[in-house]
Unconditional design. Sequence first.
Length: 425
Amino acid sequence: MAKKKPEVEPQEAVAAEYTVVARRYRPQQFEELIGQESSAQALMNALSGGRVAHAYLFTGARGVGKTSTARILAKALNCEKGPTPHPCDSCAICRSIATGEDVDVLEIDGASNRGIDEVRELRANVQFRPSRGRFKIYIIDEVHMLTTPAFNALLKTLEEPPAGVKFIFATTEVNKIPVTILSRCQRFDFGTIRTERIAAHLKSIVQKENREADDGAIALIARRAAGSMRDGESLLDQLLSFGEPVTPELVHKLLGTAAAERIAAIAQAVLRREPRVALEAISESLAEGVQAGELLDQMIEFWRDMMLVQSCGPEAPGLTNPTSTLQSVLSTANLDAVLAGLDILAGTKSRLKFSTFPRLLVEMAVVRLARLDQILGVGDIWGMLQSGGTPMPAAERLATSIGSTPTATEAEKKKRLSRSPAPNL
Ligand SMILES: [Zn+2]
């Protein structure tokens, strides 16, 4: 099996110059793993108790620390002063593992070594003793890419693991791993990393690099990273490479996105049924280089946030926009309109993929959104005619809006929601 080239990942290869910073801050000890404390602690306990398994499976989204953890575990097992939960980071073995060049630690990319022949080669090599370390350690990244015959061949090795061999598998798609393999691995699930923790880490990098970055810009990068520390670091690297202080404007320029205030202004305009104002804001954004698709994604995020705040209150988890920006818009919104709006935006998103007129689709979405109140009004009357009841009085409808204390019971709310017609997409 061909050894994975050290340290070259596709997006890093493109921006090799930028990634120096991210690589320099790669965690080197279990204690430095951000957001994966429980896995780190369990591995440290196994090391100090001498209960290290033959095979591990690290699962989780990309950029959350699976490969970093695998390398730290490899160091911990083979460090000249180990096995230890605290590898020394100064011996020759620790240093060569950290750069991905150690002879006994083989990092293999499962995507490009997925066949039976590669696994056969691996099985033949497994028999040889490690050159200088205590263990021969195979780190197989993207292991879900292996073919079925390759998995079967690998299973034979896992069934009778030679002494002195450890396997660490990493995958983003654990559902594609055969049960027979799963049952022979100790599994660790790596969760996505919370936005605040990514932001704190990025901020510390900026300080260590003696550079300047606005807190708002850091928050934007961290939200954009969507739980992946590596994505956050890559983005920060690119921004630092501009050689100027990192501001929200710079982040938006690099990403082709609009400022949160602009998105809030569009939302405000459609909720006030002022399509002209919203269309002007879209036109200005596009003229400034914002991509129509990005703009739509940002609008979806904003509407989603409005739904979350209306359903869970201002402390709703997972908000992507600042609460202050949301609150200013929400006083004019009602949950039915927000839900119907999300339907329109999501429908536009799926159509955008196949369209050569992204701008037109976004504009149509905005005009539809601005007419929602009228559509909902008709829906209420239709619901009344259907049920023989009375339409919801304006005052009661107002009570369901965010600013006021909801007085309606859950059942009543459901009834109201069911009255809103599915918008015509
Ligand atoms: Zn060491």
